[in-house]
Ligand binder design. Structure first.
Ligand code: BES
Ligand code: MN
Ligand code: ZN
Length: 483
């Protein structure tokens, strides 16, 4: 994928002709296709036409109903253009986008480029034969007074999408290649390149720190745990620091509360939260965003062996609270409890956002369409929500109350690690809340959105890299526009 701004088109490239549904444009190919009933401007419609002498070479692009256009539709529309170009082996296109209703020009162009980039993702690491699509070049045209702003927006989304693709590659990788040690190595290798400091703690050091809950989960696997702490401090004018905490269970068998094999099969994706925070750190650094961020991943495997933790065990935690293990399959919250408490007390951050493929209940509630959220701070949640809307990565806030908190009460210990099936996303979130030490905190349950069972809109089957864009959007506020 290559893009230029304001360059002349090479002779052979297509020209994009953008058409709202049931509107007319001055273009001979449009007239013909429209007359024949082959193109009417419906959302997502793309017709590529080249005549035999190569005089007319256009891509008719349907924008749908004028009143419905929005940034997320722009992403999907240009994703479709790219897919159709791949199918027709077209390599170059010229795109001018007029002002679409009230949409910000910078965001509109960025969304178009994002759509083109999404169409390029593939995960073929384990295929002997790789499909090599022709590289597409997009020549964007912009009115001169907007050019500088648009260029910045394009550069930013191109960098951010590198982070998204890095996340997807990590999350798609099966557990024989991606386990705590290799996850730490992949993170270190890629992040140090862009100036993020990465510290990896091995088991003896994790023990010294006192992360007993995390280590209990890790006990059953011969792939030993790692605590990965990433540091990007790039705003000397501010003392405020935020921690992004990602669930890093590189495989979740369920432990002795073992999963049925159907539900286990894709559990290499259970480090989706870790993937997102690592990809976000990459994108922030690549964009030179002015902010101070830590990312924390307590990476381990939830497995069985003679040494594994068992249902009924009472374990300790970094916070000093005792935890009854009600279910060894509720392992993510145990690792996160120590990771968020570490962020609050050792890193001394002012805010925490955790991301985790935490509960099957979240899929029951919100399908693969929305991330579920629980918070102890409405203001911080609202910031995350606003950014997620701009990024096109929907989030839905779930209610909290003492009735839900009481589900985690234990008869024998200070708290137990499962509040049961009903309202399971909320009780899981509130378990983590008990360890954030009152730090303003937002929990994002990405069990449904991090890894898709089928492709959806411009997102592929498998890992999505969800919320890398949201977090970059939130931590870097360049535009100030409303959409
Ligand atoms: N990793 C799973 C949650 C999950 C399920 C992620 C489906 C992605 C897709 C998590 O560790 C888990 O097993 N949760 C249990 C909790 C229960 C035992 C309280 C669940 O959701 O069944
Ligand atoms: Mn589990
Ligand atoms: Zn899990």
């Amino acid at each position: 994928m290559k893009y230029n701004v304001g360059l002349e088109n090479v002779k052979n490239g297509l020209e994009a002709v953008l058409v709202f549904e049931n509107e007319k444009v001055e273009n001979p190919v449009f007239n013909k296709m429209n007359e024949l009933g082959l193109f009417s401007g419906k959302e997502g419609e793309v017709v590529i036409f080249r005549d035999l002498e190569d005089k007319e070479k256009v891509a008719l692009v349907g924008l749908g109903k004028k009143e419905d256009i929005c940034i997320n539709k722009v992403r999907k529309i240009f994703y479709n253009v790219a897919k159709e170009m791949q199918a027709k082996k077209e390599e170059e296109i010229k795109v001018f986008i007029p002002k679409l209703n009230e949409l910000c020009t910078r965001r509109t162009y960025a969304a178009a480029l994002e759509g083109f980039i999404h169409a390029e993702y593939k995960f073929d690491r384990y295929k002997s034969e790789k499909v090599n699509n022709k590289e597409i070049t997009v020549n964007f045209f912009v009115t001169p007074e907007k050019e500088e702003k648009v260029k910045k927006g394009l550069k930013k989304i191109a960098n951010t999408m590198e982070g998204v693709f890095f996340t997807r590659d990590l999350v798609n990788m099966p557990s024989q290649d991606l386990y705590p040690e290799t996850l730490a190595n992949f993170a270190k290798e890629k992040l140090e390149e862009v100036g993020v400091k990465v510290t990896v703690y091995e088991e003896d050091e994790i023990e010294k720190i006192g992360m007993k809950a995390f280590l209990s989960v890790a006990r059953g696997s011969s792939n030993r745990p790692r605590l990965i702490v990433m540091e990007y401090l790039n705003d000397a004018d501010s003392s405020e620091k935020i921690a992004l905490v990602g669930k890093g269970v590189t495989y979740d068998t369920g432990g002795y509360s073992i999963k049925p094999s159907e539900g286990m099969k894709t559990m290499f994706c259970d480090m989706g939260g870790a993937g997102t925070v690592i990809g976000t750190m990459y994108a922030l650094a690549k964009n030179n965003v002015k902010t101070n961020v830590y990312a924390v991943v307590a990476a381990c495997e939830n497995s069985i062996s003679g040494n594994a933790y068992k249902p009924g065990d009472v374990i300790g935690s970094l916070a000093g609270k005792s935890i009854e293990v009600d279910n060894t399959d509720a392992e993510g919250r145990l690792t996160l409890a120590d990771a968020v408490y570490y962020s609050s007390t050792v890193l001394k951050v002012d805010k925490i956002i955790d991301l985790a493929t935490l509960t099957g209940a979240c899929l029951v509630a919100l399908n693969e369409f929305y991330t579920g959220s629980v918070t102890n701070n409405q203001e911080l949640f609202n910031e995350v929500l606003e950014a997620s809307k701009k990024a096109g990565e929907p989030i839905w806030q779930l209610p909290t109350s003492d009735e839900f908190r009481a589900l985690n009460n234990s008869r024998v210990a200070d708290i137990k690690n499962s509040g049961g099936r009903m309202g399971g996303t909320i009780s899981a979130g509130l378990f983590i809340e008990a360890f954030v030490n009152k730090t303003p905190w937002v929990h994002l349950d990405i069990a449904g959105t991090a890894f898709l069972s089928k492709e959806y809109s411009y997102l592929p089957l498998g890992a999505t890299g969800v919320h890398v864009k949201t977090l970059v959007e939130m931590l870097d506020k360049p535009c100030g526009c409303k959409n």
